[in-house]
Design a protein around this ligand. Structure first.
Ligand code: ADP
Length: 448
């Protein structure tokens, strides 16, 4: 097992990884930008190294600085967390070349799944159902028009290098296709430096359901059930729950078995998430994330399995510590992503936290780097806390979550707590009858 791990990240996820390390008796090294010198992940770590100025490209994306920090502190392994360098195959390669272990999958798998066109091809080859669409990149307008007719409108133009919901444009009819492609290309070019796009059938009312898998690369592959992440704004997840109110045990076992078989065929190692759209009882693969996910705690809550610990064990060469038949799904869990943003305009709201009180009591977990006096910097993601609640039933979970949201005090900045309260009071959510458009309709005033 590793003796010292460098955590190449910040915020709540850096804390989460630190906590797993601490429980395993592994020393931690935090890295931070000058803007994060007083951050909780730095305060709790055994050692810390400043790796650059505030801008992420100069610090959390600064590969030579991170590798130097690992060298001078004598770390054995590097955990990339999520975002930043977590899905950068070149970084994973560099980490290994410098003699450290990368806590994640092989660079080849990261590369394969990082390109959505390649990922869909791979998924199809290992027997996963995909959203109907173009086999590969869309080259010219002529080819796109022909494809559009074959797929049928509405059609979604997606960026092959896409992520974070960017580079996606809907064409409702043929006369919108040209503009949709041009806009998606421009957006993708500026966000990812790659303007390759492809076409997909635009599903009108799907749910976003993803399967968590864990594989040891030595024959052990287990799925840990699904997460329903349909509550989104601008294709970004806001609140997630497990299990999904729309799946029963038989449907879960069926898709779980298919995914496990596919992961075996891919020869994948580490944690992974297979994302599907789910409509009219059918699953359609959209992408695979080759890293820890923001919403991983709800899976931990219903399975009792520490995913980060398992990920670290596997990276150190251990086999999975459990088999599929050992996995039991107990109760229900919901996660609210609490962001530093205005609840109506969604404008980011960095600033100093003047007062902070975390909710507690039965079934309540908070993953957050906040403390009174902490200054939320304006340079990074607006996620400042994850409130995760577990109950024996979905109803108990919702009751607890409403209570926990009421207890939560975050003053000095704006947060989206009011939005979570609204969701928890809406009949559509209470009945579990929602899809990927539901939240935007609620915000827009069309739903109750
Ligand atoms: P990203 O990597 O940018 O997050 P994804 O492919 O994971 O992109 O899709 C993000 C979200 O966009 C999905 O959860 C869903 O809400 C929506 N979406 C993606 N593909 C489709 C599709 N073919 N039809 C309808 N909605 C889609």
């Amino acid at each position: 097992m590793f003796e010292k791990i460098l955590i190449a990240n910040r915020g709540e996820i850096a804390l989460r990884i630190h906590r797993a390390c601490r429980e395993m008796g592994i020393a931690t090294v935090a890295v931070h930008s000058t803007a994060d010198a007083d951050a909780m992940h730095v305060r709790l770590a055994d050692e810390s190294v400043c790796i650059g100025p505030p801008a992420a490209r100069d610090s959390y994306l600064n590969m030579p600085a991170i590798l130097s920090a690992a060298t001078i502190t004598g770390a054995d392994a590097i955990h990339p967390g999520l975002g930043f360098l977590a899905e950068n195959a070149a970084f994973a390669e560099m980490v290994e070349e410098h003699g450290f272990t990368f806590i994640g999958p092989s660079p080849d798998h990261i590369r394969m799944m990082g390109d959505k066109i390649q990922a869909k091809r791979a998924a199809r080859e290992v027997g996963l159902p995909c959203v109907p669409g173009s086999e590969g990149a869309v080259l010219g307008d002529e080819a796109a028009l022909k494809l559009g007719r074959e797929i049928g409108y509405p059609v979604l133009v997606k960026a092959s290098g896409g992520g974070g919901g960017r580079g996606m444009q809907v064409a409702r009819a043929e006369n919108e296709l040209h503009r949709a492609i041009a806009t998606a290309r421009a957006e993708a070019k500026s966000a990812f430096g790659n303007d390759t796009v492809y076409l997909e059938k635009y599903l009108d009312r799907p749910r976003h359901i993803e399967l968590q898998i864990v594989a040891d690369g030595q024959g052990g592959v287990v799925h840990l059930g699904e997460r329903d992440c349909s509550l989104q704004r601008r294709h970004q997840k806001v609140l997630e729950e497990a299990p999904s109110p729309s799946l029963n045990a038989a449907a879960r076992d069926r898709i779980g078995a298919r995914v496990v078989e596919a992961i075996h065929k891919l020869g994948y190692r580490s944690l992974g998430t297979i994302e599907f759209l789910y409509q009219d009882g059918e699953f359609y693969f959209i992408e695979m994330n080759t890293r820890l996910q923001v919403e991983h705690p709800i899976t931990e809550e219903i399975t009792g399995i520490d995913l980060v610990r398992e990920q670290i064990r596997i990276a150190s060469g251990a086999k999975l510590s459990f088999a599929q038949e050992d996995v039991r799904f107990e109760g229900h869990a919901i996660e609210c992503r609490i962001n530093a943003e205005h609840p109506e305009t969604f404008r980011p709201s960095p600033g100093t936290i003047t007062n902070y009180h975390a909710p507690g009591g039965p079934g309540v977990r908070i993953d957050s780097p906040l403390y009174a006096g902490y200054k939320v910097p304006p340079f990074y993601d607006s996620l400042i806390a994850k409130l995760i609640v577990h109950g024996r039933t979905r109803n108990e979970c919702m009751m607890r979550l409403r209570r926990a949201l009421d207890e939560c005090v975050i003053e000095g900045i704006d947060t989206n707590i009011a939005l979570h309260r609204r969701v928890l009071a809406a009949p559509g959510f209470i009945d579990g009858l929602y899809d990927i458009h539901w939240l935007e309709e609620l915000v827009g005033g069309k739903k109750g």
